[in-house]
Design a protein around this ligand. Sequence first.
Ligand code: DQA
Length: 155
Amino acid sequence: MSKPSNVAPADKQKIFIIHGPNLNLLGTRNPDQYGSLTLDKVNTAIRKKARDLNLETRIIQTNHEGRIIDLLHRRRKWADGFILNPGAFTHYAYAIRDAIEAIGTPVVEVHLSNIYEREAFRKISVTKGVCAAQFYGKKVESYLEALEYFGLSQE
Ligand code: DQA
């Protein structure tokens, strides 16, 4: 039976996705670790998955730590959740950790590569402890799992 037309659709969850530094170079940057998809293709896969899960998304890439912090602050009321790949900031950026802790909106950390099977400095995430979840090591699939984390919780 189809829904009566006067029933308003449930509000979509809004997910803000932030790709951190050097992820603009996906496609040519170390494909063994990060896959061969360009950032545009990664974003296409993210948007398709978000549609399937009935999520509204905004996606931004930035190479700047302060911009990530500003986005977390400014979008914290708009967003029901963030998906953040902090890139190398993961391993030392305490200011991003503090921002995640401060905003009170859940942030899911994502990595394309398996940071736990790479150089010693990558095994440490200073942000993980204040994130709601962490998905890593599955290339673009890591982002899709993060979307499912939010999408499945609204059913
Ligand atoms: C990364 C892992 C980081 O160690 C690295 O600095 C990146 C990408 C990942 O997606 O696997 O830039 O966050």
